[in-house]
Design a protein around this ligand. Structure first.
Ligand code: ADP
Length: 159
């Protein structure tokens, strides 16, 4: 039976930190579904189709990874995809409170789905989509943090 994991998030936009987590997950699972959430309280700079297109472009090198959008409850989407593992990234202790809450709720909603946390390479522990958007909006150099196509999209956004 193939092991399928789902890696959900806003990916607004995808960064090298997200990519690092996909790399690690694809060494552990047969398939990794990067699930881009349509409904988010974050008021994203990129719409769902843009976020999916950028993530797809960035992750083409990973044969085991596939990008999909979803708009329903995460555990329902995971079940539809036959995934019984949710992957989340943990950068620092500050991520823990929210991630703990989310994982506990998902466990309550669907006890058969396990959440696994992966740590990125040290160089990405301070990286987030929002900080990249901020630096880009002030015309800072973001080439160390995102794929060139994401940098180009951010330049066009003026966000
Ligand atoms: P969400 O709105 O669900 O938090 P994000 O796109 O911000 O969506 O993050 C998706 C997941 O990726 C989260 O588990 C987050 O902790 C993780 N993540 C984000 N940036 C990084 C990074 N630089 N390194 C490792 N994990 C990260």
């Amino acid at each position: 039976m193939s092991k399928i994991a789902i890696y959900p998030g806003t990916f607004d936009p995808i960064t090298h930190g997200h990519r690092d987590i996909v790399l690690r997950a694809s060494q552990l699972f047969d398939r990794v579904i990067i699930a881009v959430s349509e409904h988010t309280h974050k008021n994203p700079a990129f719409d769902i189709n843009e976020r999916i297109a950028l993530a797809t472009e960035v992750l083409t090198e990973f044969d085991r990874a596939e990008v999909k959008g979803f708009s329903n409850l995460l555990v329902d989407f995971a079940r539809e995809q036959k995934a019984n593992t949710i992957i989340r990234g943990l950068r620092a202790v500050s991520d823990l409170e929210y991630e703990f809450q989310l994982a506990s709720m998902n466990r309550k909603l669907s006890p058969n789905i396990e959440t696994i946390f992966l740590m990125p390479d040290e160089q990405y522990t301070y990286l987030s989509s929002s900080i990249v958007r901020q630096v880009a909006s002030l015309k800072g150099d973001i080439s160390d943090f995102v794929h060139p196509s994401v940098a180009k999209a951010l330049t066009g956004k003026h966000c």
